[in-house]
Write a protein that binds this ligand. Structure first.
Ligand code: ASP
Length: 587
């Protein structure tokens, strides 16, 4: 028997019991004839004690030979501590050791295995198995486990079936680039890893399974933007015979259930906002509603008044910052530099300070009178003590830049607390992203998303104005999930593929099986997928999904522990009928 208890278990109720513990040596302290050892496992830390005068020299010698992260088994008596440690649950007791057995030695780890470690990210990822011993990391993975269990509990209670779908699939365009796997048995042919099980879950609806879910790995070979992983986990769901409202209600229920179970938070009912309103008022399809400062449009009032920057602009848009009149000159200068960063892309920032004494001062006093500034303040609903921040330029680029500025100001004023949750549904997305130059249409969600029927007659003539039945669940400026009501008519699906630019031949080759399935009694259906990693990050109040993934890849998509991706041997390549162009090899 390796242990009678774990390292987080012993309390005063165990006093005078003989116990056996196993775990890792966190540290050994030796002071004036007394040796203490902190013994750690997943459940906690227990202090071991040995007093030289009451112990055998052999035991003391073993204790002194222990290094950090040695794995030991120990036997002893539970006693009350003279100086208690209220910071840990086992802090009232310690174990008076009578035996120690070294089960395995350890090299000195390359960084401290403590919550506050001295190891940098790259080093910790290289030795991820040691990093995973740290309690803070373990707590994240434990939370992820609980989230997955709560998701299952809710879905099971609603009659959803958890059904697995294959990982070796067929390459079909779904928005991102596929990861592909060469087939040895079929020379020159490839499987693709699923970007999501989208088509398969729709086929399960055709098969009559009615309610499906799966906690499933998805793979997308994208250039990695911040906080993306080439593989990630979705809570993937689909339902038959549902309207958009049915789906939103069901999954609002899921997220409320998870927040209650994991954080004891009662989420409010989710607002619903159209894509058009989100863009108009926040410049983003994932607005952070933890604070106000919605956009106001000054174009009518301020254009053609002799200020060139405004006169040449398609849109003049601003926000009013509550209490912003207190910003110093240095702070407004910093905000100007912020909007001029290439990622934000504005040329400059116009500010209007509405001082508490009611006077108005601005960075464009040369061009506008106090009366005019007053009119602006009226449009913004600003009051003394506020500050207007205004950008001008093309409509889309100005909205995008102002969205960034709004979030930055929100950060600076601490308005984006991790303990406040503002969920909403964004609905009525445009069906297509239409290239302004070529007119080419790409799906905004994916090609299986149904258009809104009231817009259907414009689908060929004015595709840019057609709205889809797609929806996103957004919380605190983060997209937690997205989905849609699907197309269940073969003719409509074919039409959409054609608008997306697929020839009849291409669509038969890539989607023939789907079109055929739609011919065999496909029910109306719809669904959604949530990012599990991202949901955990939101619940955990952290910034990176990596914190909730046991073995994540780095920002360049590499696993620095296993050193993957890696080269294949010539024999493997030959078996797969592959040849690598030598000059393309990156190392
Ligand atoms: N398959 C979609 C995605 O991965 C989600 C959905 O439409 O259900 O984004």
């Amino acid at each position: 028997m390796y242990r009678t208890h774990n390292c987080g278990e012993l309390r005063l109720t165990h006093l005078n019991q003989k116990v056996v513990l196993s775990g890792w040596v966190r540290r050994v302290r030796n002071a004036g004839g007394i040796i203490w050892i902190d013994l750690r496992d997943r459940y906690g830390i227990t202090q071991l004690i040995m007093e030289e005068q009451y112990t055998t020299p052999e035991l003391i010698q073993v204790a002194k030979s222990l290094g950090r992260e040695f794995v030991i088994q120990t036997e002893g008596l539970v006693i009350e501590r003279t100086s208690k440690n209220p910071k840990i649950p086992t802090g009232d007791v310690e174990v008076k050791v009578s035996k120690i057995k070294i089960l395995n030695e350890s090299k000195l780890p390359p960084f401290l295995i403590e919550d506050e470690t001295d190891g940098g990210e790259e080093l910790r990822m290289q030795y991820r198995y040691l990093d995973l011993r740290r309690s803070v990391v373990q707590q994240n993975l434990i939370m992820r486990h609980k989230v997955a269990q709560e998701v299952r509990a809710y879905m099971n209670s609603q009659a959803f079936l958890e059904i697995e779908t294959p990982v070796l699939l067929k390459s079909t365009p779904e928005g991102a680039r596929d990861f592909v796997v060469p087939s040895r048995m079929h020379a020159g042919e490839f499987y693709a890893l699923p970007q999501s099980p989208q088509i398969l879950k729709q086929l399960l609806m055709v098969s009559g399974y009615d309610r499906y879910y799966q906690i499933v790995k998805c793979f997308r070979d994208e250039d990695l933007r911040a906080d993306r992983q080439p593989e990630f986990t979705q809570i993937d769901c689909e339902m038959s015979f549902v309207s958009q409202d049915d789906v939103l209600t069901m999954f609002e229920g899921l997220i409320k259930h998870v927040f209650k179970a994991i954080k004891q938070v009662d989420l409010p009912n989710f607002q619903r906002m159209t894509f058009a309103d989100a863009m108009q008022n926040y410049g983003s399809d994932k607005p952070d509603l933890r604070f106000g400062m919605s956009f106001k449009y000054l174009t009518e009032l301020a254009k053609n008044k002799g200020f060139k920057v405004f006169d040449e602009a398609e849109a003049i848009v601003g926000i009013s910052v509550d209490g912003g009149a207190e910003f110093t000159r240095k702070q407004t200068d910093e905000l100007t530099l912020f909007v001029q960063r290439p990622q934000v892309g504005a040329k400059g920032l116009v500010w209007v300070r509405y001082a508490t004494d009611g006077t108005l001062k601005s960075s464009v006093d040369k061009f506008f009178t106090t009366e005019q500034l007053k009119e602006w303040a009226g449009l913004f609903g600003a009051k003394p003590g506020d500050m207007l921040l205004i950008l001008a330029g093309g409509l889309n680029s100005t909205r995008k830049a102002l969205c960034e500025l709004r979030l930055e100001v929100g950060n600076r004023l601490n308005l984006r607390s991790k303990d406040v949750f503002k969920p909403l549904w964004v609905v009525d997305f445009p069906m297509f992203d239409v290239d302004e130059e070529t007119g080419a249409c790409a799906s905004m969600h994916h090609p299986f998303t149904s258009p809104l029927w009231e817009d259907f007659d414009k689908i060929e003539t004015e595709p840019a104005s057609v709205r889809s039945s797609g929806y996103d669940m957004v919380m605190n400026g983060v997209e937690l999930g997205g989905g849609s009501i699907r197309i269940h008519s073969k003719e409509v699906q074919r039409k959409i593929f054609r608008i997306l630019g697929l020839s009849e031949e291409e669509l038969q080759m890539q989607f023939g099986f789907l079109l055929e399935a739609l011919d065999y009694g496909a029910p109306p259906h719809g669904g959604i997928a949530f990012g599990l990693d991202r949901l955990c990050t939101m619940l955990g109040g952290l910034d990176s999904i990596r914190e909730f993934i046991a073995f994540p890849k780095n920002n360049a998509g590499r696993d620095v522990m296993m050193q993957s991706p890696s080269l294949l041997s010539d024999a493997q390549l030959k078996e797969l009928y592959l040849r690598i162009e030598a000059e393309k090899v990156s190392k």
